[in-house]
Structures are given as C-alpha cells and as structure tokens.
Design a protein around this ligand. Structure first.
Ligand code: URA
Length: 252
C-alpha cells in the first residue's frame, strides 16, 4: 500500500494494522435477494402529480451537452430556482465506471457549481482514493441539482422533478457500479424508506440495467460521527470487491 493511500486511510481514521495470518482483506456481505430497485421515472414520464409546478420533464437525450443545458435552465421547482446561485450538474469522467450519488449541493457546491467540494467533499475524495479511485476517475452527481435553502432535506416533489435528470445521467454514463452516499440518495434510488443501517452492507441493483448499487454513509455524517468511519470503510471495500467481481477481476 503506497504512502498516499496510507495518508488517506489515516484521514478516514482507519488503522493500518495488519495481523499476521490475516483473513482476505475483503469479506463480501450476503447479497440481498429482494433488493432489486425499480427504475427511476423515465424522463419522458408524465409530470408527477405532486409537482409544485406544471413542469413536464424533457424526453431523455443522448447528448451530455444538451442534458447539461437543460439542467442549467431548469425551472421545475419554484423555490429552488429562486434561491440557487446555479445548478450543480455533476462532475467527472463521462466514461467513468463508478457513479457516486449524493443528496444535493450544499452552500459551497452552490457557489462553485460542482458537487462535493466542501469539507464533506474532501472526505469523499479520501474515501474514494482509499479504494484506489482518484476523484477524477469517477463521476459524481446528486439526486437534486439545486441547493435546498438552509440545507434542508429535499422535498418529495423536488426529488421527483429532478430524478429524470439523474436517470438520464445514468443512462448516458452506463456505470458498472453505483455508490449511494447517505440516506437521501439511497432511499430515493431504491424507492424505500428503510433506514440507512438496513440498506448498507448488502448488494442492491438499480434500474433496467440492473446496475450493482452499494450504500454507505454520507461523508458529512461521518464528519459528525467519526466512530462510524470503520463501517464506511467496510462498505467501501465491499463496493470495490463488487466492482472487481462485475468486471471479472479479483476482489482485492
Ligand atoms: N452533500 C451532498 O450530498 N452533495 C454535495 O454535492 C455536497 C454535499
């Protein structure tokens, strides 16, 4: 393990003590049999009845530039488009095999127009690098593309207005694995209200492509609750092992 990765494990608060005769590094939790998620609403589905506006989603596009412009000009949620500085589309490699999905932009993301650039973002970068994924090798997006004022939770109507954009991003990217960080992302992707503790530690699948989906804690939560960093590390190793299995490689 290189010194850089060690430094990131230290940032995660993970001891690098390796016992003699240690078992293989990655234990694969049981696969959740019934954890297949429904597909996100299609971008050309009728507007949700709970929509705060009469906004109708666009049909899906196969052009990243068109999608980016649609998001930038979105006026679906009256409050969010009034209070945002700008939309936060997502960032990363459009050929990435990993898609990391968070909740919504915070204040810093709203200012800079990029997801996960604040303190939580620095920890997310550390978490990804600890499993060998520099930030620029993945794609990072949020369920909501606008910052909810005061960092309140997204409202259900806002989520249903915005999910077609994420759905389109997933279709364009065709990721090999999804990593949902935090309760809001996990619950909305899996269409469940189960607590995060019941969603992490098992393999889910998402959408028509049956893409593997792994859930872990939100880095902002881990900053407040460092005692759960060890569980997050187990999740990350599980995600890495799942990815390795999907691409047909080894699990280490
Ligand atoms: N939290 C999120 O869920 N997403 C961001 O982009 C920043 C903080």
């Amino acid at each position: 393990m290189g010194p850089l990765r060690n430094a990131y494990l230290d940032a995660l608060g993970i001891d690098r003590w390796i016992p003699r005769n240690s078992p293989p590094e990655v234990a694969i939790p049981e696969v959740a049999a019934a954890a297949t998620s429904p597909a996100l609403p299609r971008a050309d589905a009728p507007a949700p009845t709970s929509s705060p506006s009469t906004w109708t989603p666009h049909p899906p596009t196969d052009d990243w530039g068109v999608l980016r412009e649609r998001v930038a000009g979105c006026t679906a949620c009256a409050e969010l488009c009034r209070t945002r500085t700008q939309t936060v589309f997502g960032v990363g490699n459009t050929r990435a095999e990993w898609l990391v999905i968070g909740e919504a932009p915070g204040a810093e993301e709203d200012r800079q127009g990029e997801p996960f650039v604040g303190r939580a973002g620095q920890l997310l970068n550390a978490m990804l690098l600890a499993i060998g994924l520099p930030r620029e090798t993945v794609f990072i997006a949020n369920v909501l593309k606008c910052r909810p004022p005061g960092n309140r939770d997204p409202k259900p109507a806002e989520v249903s207005n915005c999910l077609p954009y994420l759905s389109n991003q997933i279709a364009l990217l065709g990721p090999k694995i999804l990593l949902a960080v935090g309760r809001i992302a996990a619950q909305n992707l899996l269409a469940t209200d189960a607590p995060l503790a019941r969603l992490r530690g098992k393999l889910h699948h998402f959408g028509e492509a049956n893409t593997p989906l792994v859930v872990t804690y939100h880095p902002a939560y881990l900053l407040r609750t460092p005692s759960d960093k060890r569980k997050a590390w187990e999740d990350l190793k599980f995600a890495r092992a799942t990815y390795s299995r999907v691409i047909g490689g080894s699990s280490t």
